[in-house]
Design a protein around this ligand. Structure first.
Ligand SMILES: Nc1c(C(=O)O)ncn1[C@@H]1O[C@H](COP(=O)(O)O)[C@@H](O)[C@H]1O
Length: 166
């Protein structure tokens, strides 16, 4: 098995139903990844160890999902030189606005690329794009994916017209 180039971590296993879409996107592009539960709040030392060893272990991008007081993405970004993508996970209360605001307003110097609330698929696709910038094979795959998206929209356009025209 190839060494993982993307780390997908989340504050709790309860985030998986949201975060699975990131893993699926990576799998779609045949990008090797690892998945784990790491919490800045509940497993402080594990979070420090994970983030500080990530680059040496060969990871290129870290996708971090967390809900509520979502400090994991920012803390990981503070501890690693790698690009960090943050996914605000929506919880029962506040609809993910709490997660979003906890992740998105990082101080200058410590960037987290924040995707939309529950936007784990885009987090996966963004990780692919970051890797594709220096990987011609992956770049071609991303271009093919984008062409396919256009086709899907064209088909929807056609189907809608047909439906309206009866
Ligand atoms: N936001 C964080 C962090 C963190 O940021 O370190 N650790 C756990 N959590 C979040 O707590 C929520 C509830 O977790 P439980 O379901 O385990 O109670 C999850 O969405 C998790 O991401």
């Amino acid at each position: 098995m190839m060494a993982p180039s993307v780390g997908v971590i989340m504050g709790s296993d309860s985030d998986w139903s949201t975060m699975e879409a990131a893993a699926l996107a990576l799998a779609e592009f045949e990008v090797p990844f690892e998945v784990g539960v790491v919490s800045a709040h509940r497993t402080v030392q594990k979070m420090v160890d994970y983030a500080t060893s990530a680059a040496d272990r060969g990871l290129k991008v870290i996708i971090t999902g967390a809900g509520g007081a979502a400090h994991l993405p920012g803390m990981v970004a503070a501890l690693t030189p790698l690009p960090v993508i943050g996914v605000p996970v929506p919880l029962k209360y506040l609809d993910g606005m709490d997660s979003l605001l906890s992740i998105v307003q990082m101080p200058a110097g410590v960037p987290v690329a924040t995707v939309s609330i529950g936007g784990a698929r885009n987090a996966g696709l963004l990780a692919v794009r970051i890797l594709a910038a220096s990987d011609p094979v992956l770049l071609k795959r991303m271009q093919a994916f984008q062409t396919n998206l256009e086709q899907i929209v064209a088909e929807k356009d056609e189907a809608l017209r047909q439906r309206l025209l009866g």
